[in-house]
Design a protein around this ligand. Structure first.
Ligand code: GAP
Length: 452
């Protein structure tokens, strides 16, 4: 059984690694940061892109019943009236008159301590709408008000008829998209877990009403398996089905996928059966017919929708946390050493292959390694490093999750040597080394890196 105790020390170590190695930096760092905003550095940007690419590939490209979309962040303000966000997308807010801080009322307990001493002196609860507002165009008035979308889903609903007619899809079919969403969260926190600007990967899967229960169950399974296939520890991933009184009035079912983060369980994704609520509301508010004509039964139906809605930043962080290991090993000198290794699935690793000349001061080794690097860059995520002892370089790549290191040494370039034309291949997880001919590297690496 995994040890499922919250672990602050582990959390600090991972946040520290993120900054030190260029996964995630505090946003606007040179200005002292902007509260709860984070910038993905070179490794983090690639890791996040790999997560999105895997989602797009497996959920859209490889499925004949799915298509993709990239809708605008700004949408007609009526969208948010129809969706219910203008009226109901709010959290209960209270202010403390003593410490002047704001809280989500549902996160305070009667014995929550006030930093100004004693317990809080709270105002009445008021509803705080989480949508960010801005003005579109040069004239600022009521009609120029627009919102930064709080979810990508509505971009899919308003395009349902466009997509269905242009692609001539029959039910069931789904539309997926990945993009930024914005919520003025009252208490953003826990690194990239809850922020005001984040990315979502959302699917709206349209079905005939009588098929919705089956499709809902299938999507829960599909999305659960997606996280497992990419390596999340099954003991740290659980499904939580919502109780009837937790469901929105229009929803028929909802299951959250939760991961055990260093502070405890947190939601990664929700899969909901939203019935025909969204399409019906948009039909009502836009005056457009959003029903689907079924050529087989010759009837018009407003499709039900199953919505698997995940957070890119949360998934990325979960993969990072899950991959983090500290191994202890006995060094060649007999000393006990700790090795930090990110056991990321090779399809997610931000650098898949590191090419290393054994020695920096031997131009012939560096030149051959550079040549190899250039060739491999066309096919894999490759890095080159000539600095420091080879053992230390291996450790640096372990720490960022690089599955394979290739070392170019004298045998590689010495004509007549029986190892001529081969490199040392070192495996991140087992630390085992073997010689592989450069000519065979593509086949070898494709297999090791799970490239199909
Ligand atoms: N369209 C449905 C919808 O947006 P949600 O549960 O509000 O549902 C879906 O959001 C996912 O988006 C969550 O499971 C989470 O992964 C991510 N998410 C939501 N709010 C977030 C925030 N403030 N910061 C980071 N990710 C967030």
């Amino acid at each position: 059984m995994a040890n499922l105790e919250p672990n602050d020390e582990l959390f600090d170590k991972i946040v520290n690694l993120c900054k030190r190695r260029g996964f995630v930096y505090p946003g606007s760092d040179i200005y002292g940061g902007l509260a709860n905003c984070w910038d993905y550095g070179p490794l983090g940007a690639q890791l996040k892109k790999n997560v999105k690419d895997m989602w797009w590939r497996t959920m859209i490209q490889e499925r004949e019943d799915m298509v993709g979309l990239d809708a605008a962040i700004f949408m007609h303000p009526r969208t948010w009236e129809a969706s219910g966000h203008v009226g109901h997308f709010s959290d209960p807010l209270v202010d403390c008159k003593k410490c002047k801080q704001r809280f989500r009322a549902d996160e305070l307990t009667p014995d929550s301590e006030c930093p100004a001493g004693g317990t809080h002196d709270l105002t009445e609860v008021r509803q705080f709408n989480l949508m960010f507002e801005t003005q579109m165009g040069v004239v600022q008035n009521e009609t120029s008000r627009v919102y930064l979308r709080p979810e990508t889903a509505q971009g899919i609903f308003v395009n349902f008829a466009n997509v269905q007619t242009t692609t001539r899809r029959k039910l069931p079919f789904g539309i997926g998209q990945i993009g930024k969403s914005f919520r003025n969260e009252i208490t953003p926190r826990r690194f990239t877990f809850r922020t005001r600007e984040f990315e979502q990967m959302e699917i709206e899967y349209f079905v005939r009403p009588e098929d919705s229960d089956r499709a809902y169950k299938e999507w829960v399974k599909t999305r659960h398996n997606w996280y497992l296939d990419l390596g999340l520890n099954p003991e740290k991933l659980r499904l939580r089905e919502h109780e009837k009184d937790e469901l929105a009035h229009y929803a028929k079912g909802c299951t959250d996928m939760e991961y055990f983060f260093p502070w405890g369980w947190g939601e990664l994704e929700g899969v909901a059966n939203r019935t025909n609520y969204d399409l019906s509301r948009h039909a009502e508010y836009s005056g457009k017919n959003l029903s689907y004509f079924d050529p087989d039964t010759e009837e018009h139906v407003v499709p039900y929708v199953i919505e698997p809605s995940g957070g890119v930043d949360r998934a990325t962080f979960a993969f990072l946390v899950d991959a983090y290991c500290e191994d202890t090993a006995i060094s060649a000198k007999g000393k006990e050493e700790t090795r930090v290794v990110l056991r990321l699935d090779p399809r997610l690793a931000p650098i898949q292959v590191a090419v290393l000349p054994l020695l920096k001061n031997k131009p012939e080794l560096v030149a051959k390694a550079k040549e190899l690097e250039r060739t491999l860059r066309r096919h894999y995520l490759v890095d080159f490093d000539e600095r420091g002892q080879i053992g230390k370089r291996y450790r640096r790549y372990d720490e960022i999750g690089t599955p394979i290191c290739l070392t170019v040494d004298f045998e590689t370039i010495e004509d007549g040597n029986e190892l001529f034309g081969t490199v040392t291949v070192r495996d991140r997880d087992t630390m085992e080394q073997e010689r592989v001919a450069i000519d065979d590297l593509r086949i070898y690496l494709d297999e090791k890196l799970k490239i199909e």
